[in-house]
Design a protein around this ligand. Structure first.
Ligand code: SF4
Ligand code: SF4
Length: 442
């Protein structure tokens, strides 16, 4: 794989497949000491990466070795959980071919896949407050992102499909490759459809995922769809109004500080103590207490504080509200200390994923979601112009144009951060509106 990976990522529309969709070309245009593959997949119920690390192990390691070379790194490390035995076995059979690559085995805790937590586990270094892994010489990349780079390098195939797990209250939980732009409703049918009438769908994991409409689209960053009854605890938590969260903080927070003890950013040494922020929630005057309140900027929204709290309070939601208020007031994160010292996790402070699943009320849905053959036979897709961090793509096709799968349909606006988008089926452009390009097969 001798190509320039930055150019491959840019021309293939590759973005971080596991998170907010940061353009990979920008991330790879760097030098670092360690490239870390985030194979933790720590959100309960998701099953994509752990299966790709078996089925596409060779492709992943070959691409990782190329990223290590390109960035001048000393080594590449695949961080994955001890319980992913098939992936560990498969990768271990291939690793002798790659002297600069190794595995790092993680315990089964949440949020092991938090980028900064993973960097600390692998390198022993804490990313500075408000910083990125590169600040400590690390570059973190997702499993599927590496595969997308491989597909571009070997087959000139841009990002037009996405691997997703469809699970929860569905007939047959599955993991499957689908074209970008099909609807959530269509994806649910691949798992036999919902088993209940009154359901909600989470795009992503139960902790950090968002509730989405069945009519919304699968994008480059969709990793999982979880169907749950509307009255499930996870759904209630996500839909609970922030005003109620604040009211509950005032009446029920006993300042036990359990939330701070488990908070991954607090444990990395960052100046974030959610129990102190809850004092502001309880006593008001949020913006007046700016020095403390702005520490909310250091929260990564992992949601763990709620599930450590015996009162089921939501420090994370209050932090989001503080960030929203500060954003509206034009206040930016003032916390950038690099003098941070991690508090080593004692076993009691690592939040075991089984325990978390039980707290979330999801034990009955914690089942396999095996990989089934690719399902790419769709006749209509609506491809969002914005599937990434940065400016929306600019359409380069018009209604009535004939397009083929893999053809460029949206480009990066001149001088902006963004990502290209491509047709995921053959067909005719039938509509460009609502920030989407719709293609229908002839
Ligand atoms: S764990 Fe709950 S009760 Fe304890 S300090 Fe945190 S929010 Fe308050
Ligand atoms: S969501 Fe809670 S536990 Fe997670 S980083 Fe924010 S304050 Fe800490």
């Amino acid at each position: 794989m001798g190509q320039n990976l930055v150019e491959l990522a840019r021309s293939g529309g590759i973005v971080g497949a596991g998170g907010a969709g940061f353009p990979t070309a920008v991330k790879l245009d760097a030098t670092c000491d360690t490239v870390i593959v985030n194979g933790a997949e720590c959100e309960p119920l998701l099953r994509v990466d752990q299966q790709l690390m078996v089925d596409k192990a060779e492709e992943m390691l070959e691409t990782l070795a190329a990223v290590v070379e390109q960035t001048g790194a000393k080594e590449g490390v695949v961080g994955l959980k001890k319980k992913y035995v098939p992936a560990i076995n498969k990768l271990n059979t291939l690793l002798p071919k790659y002297p600069k690559l190794r595995l790092f085995i993680l315990e089964n805790f949440y949020p092991a896949g938090d980028e900064q937590t993973l960097v600390y586990e692998v390198t022993g270094k804490s990313v500075p407050e408000g910083g990125i892994p590169l600040n400590v010489g690390a570059l973190v990349i997702n499993v599927e992102t590496l595969l997308n780079l491989y597909n571009m390098a070997e087959y000139d195939k841009p990002v037009i499909d996405s691997y997703i797990t469809v699970t929860g209250a569905v007939r047959n939980p599955v993991t499957v490759l689908v074209p970008i732009g099909i609807t959530v409703r269509e994806a649910l049918e691949l798992a036999g459809g919902p088993t209940i009438d009154d359901y909600a769908v989470i795009n992503g994991g139960p902790m950090m995922g968002k509730i989405v409409s069945p009519d919304s689209q699968i994008t480059k960053t969709t990793k999982g769809l979880i169907v749950l009854p509307k009255d499930a605890r996870v759904i209630e938590s996500k839909t609970r109004p922030v005003s109620r969260s604040i009211r509950d903080a005032a009446s029920a927070c006993m300042q036990c500080s359990l939330c701070s003890e488990v908070c991954p950013r607090h444990r990395l040494g960052h100046n974030l103590e959610p129990h102190k922020l809850m004092r502001i929630a309880a006593y008001g005057n949020t913006l007046d207490r700016q020095a403390l309140a702005t520490t909310a900027f250091l929260c990564c929204d992992c949601g763990l504080c709620q599930y450590a709290c015996v009162m089921d309070l939501q420090p994370w939601k209050f932090n989001q509200e503080l960030k929203r208020q500060f954003g509206a007031a034009g206040v930016r994160n003032p916390h950038h200390s690099s003098d941070v010292h991690a508090i080593r996790f004692a076993d009691t402070h690592r939040f075991d994923v089984h325990r978390l699943i039980s707290r979330l009320g999801l034990a009955r849905y914690d089942v396999p979601a095996p990989m089934i053959p690719d399902r790419l036979d769709y006749t209509t897709v609506s491809i969002p112009l914005s599937q990434h961090i940065g400016a929306p793509s600019t359409p380069v096709v018009s209604v009535g144009d004939t397009v083929t799968r893999g053809q460029l349909i949206g480009d990066i606006p001149e001088g902006k951060l963004g990502a290209k988008i491509f047709a995921s089926i053959d067909g005719t452009v039938t509509d460009i509106s609502g920030n989407k390009i719709t293609i229908s097969a002839a």
